[in-house]
Design a protein around this ligand. Structure first.
Ligand SMILES: *Cc1c(COP(=O)(O)O)cnc(C)c1O
Length: 381
């Protein structure tokens, strides 16, 4: 009898287990928040991207309920066919206003925003230079585009400049891509320098603000605002699913950029428009980002508290609400995460192949109470 064409799956899974790379889902009950019910147990949540604590906020829930009642559950088609609603336009205006760009376009996820935008902007005659620690969606977009993909060392401007000097003239267009807050390390990209290099070598610059939108900058506009680059011609991508507590992604930039993407980004054209509930929840979140700057201030003071009380200096690489503690092996990271969970602290072990080195990753929330942070310090030390 012929061998099953699927038998390799069992072997592949065994290899994943053997390396301690195996992952599985964990069930959380009830609403998201600073304290959650994880597998039947109350734990303090340091594992969420809900930095401002909005995913369980009554106002977002109410907005989603009302939008569902008014517009139904699904948007029923591509935005270019039957899927466009007034709500989408309102959300796109609100994003453009927050980012102070001419226009914005909402995608069904941040992942789709990145792959669609990159694939639309560059092709086989072009070059992409990406930070080696970039998010999976930036890398996937690069592959999909058919452009030549070169990584530069993490936040290494000399390496970037060196590679541009050798390669730039061999290609038509060039796109530099970077996370603004690196999702698995929490450090910030050197945006001012990247912007200057992009100009010098006539490159477009795409910055992924997934972990910075709503969190960094005086008004919560992100890293671009944090580095005083508001108004610079950039391609700003981000998500509605982290600090904005909803689901979906966006691109913000010039009116020409957005107009072009509406005509050329396959992951926008050939997918269903964002649901009314998700759209309305994100819109409500942006209003709160504006009206309640104290949430961002709380995040800053939370980080400062941990900085004072957890003496491991290498923990804090930046101003972001992501804090990592390195561990020697995937096994050690898993064990530490397990011990923390036993003590009532939920913080995931992040392991290869997601990152090159294993670590525990803590995400802060504006809705963490002082006693939540005290508990973390107590359990860790
Ligand atoms: C989460 C994330 C995304 C993807 O956003 P989704 O809306 O969850 O698809 C893209 N880029 C970065 C840097 C992220 O952290």
């Amino acid at each position: 009898m012929a061998k099953s064409p699927y038998s390799w799956l069992e072997k592949a899974l065994a290899t994943i287990h053997h390396a301690n790379w195996y992952r599985s889902v964990k069930t959380i009950k009830g609403r998201p928040g600073a304290v959650i019910n994880l597998e039947g147990r109350k734990v303090i949540n340091f594992a969420s991207n809900d930095y401002l604590g909005l995913a369980g906020d009554k106002r977002l829930i109410q907005a989603a309920i009302e939008a569902t009642q008014d517009y139904g559950t699904g948007s029923t088609g591509s935005r270019l066919l039957s899927g466009h609603r007034e709500l989408h336009q309102q959300l796109e205006r609100a994003i453009a206003q927050l980012k102070q760009t001419e226009a914005a376009l909402v995608f069904s996820s941040g992942y789709l925003a990145n792959i669609g935008t990159i694939a639309a902007l560059v092709g086989s005659r072009d070059l992409i230079l990406g930070d080696v620690y970039n998010h999976s969606s930036l890398k996937a977009g690069g592959k999909l585009s058919g452009a030549t993909l070169i990584n530069y060392n993490h936040c290494d401007l000399n390496d970037l400049r060196h590679k541009l000097t050798i390669k730039r003239s061999l290609y038509r267009r060039c796109l530099i891509t970077t996370d603004s807050v690196f999702s698995m390390d929490g450090d910030l990209c050197p945006l001012s320098e990247l912007s200057a290099i992009a100009q010098e070598f006539e490159c477009m610059l795409l910055i992924d603000e997934a972990h910075a939108t709503g969190v960094l900058g005086k008004t919560g506009a992100g890293c671009v605002e944090h580095f005083n680059l508001t108004g610079a011609e950039l391609i700003q991508v981000g998500t509605l699913s982290k600090a904005l507590g909803s689901l979906g992604g966006y691109v913000a930039g010039s009116a020409n950029l957005i107009d072009f993407l509406r005509n050329r980004a396959p992951s926008w054209i050939y997918t269903t428009g964002l649901s009314p509930a998700d759209t309305a929840a994100a819109l409500a979140a942006i209003a709160i980002v504006k009206q309640e700057p104290e949430r961002r201030e709380t995040l800053i003071s939370h980080r400062q508290y941990l900085q004072r009380h957890l003496p491991q200096a290498d923990l804090f690489s930046s101003e972001s609400p992501i804090i990592c503690l390195g561990l020697a092996s995937p096994q050690a990271a898993l064990e530490r995460s397990h011990t923390l969970q036993e003590a009532g602290i939920f913080a995931p072990a992040i392991r290869p192949p997601t990152v090159p080195t294993s670590r525990i990753r803590f995400s802060l929330m504006a809705t963490h109470q002082p006693e939540h942070l005290q508990k973390l310090v107590e359990v860790w030390n």
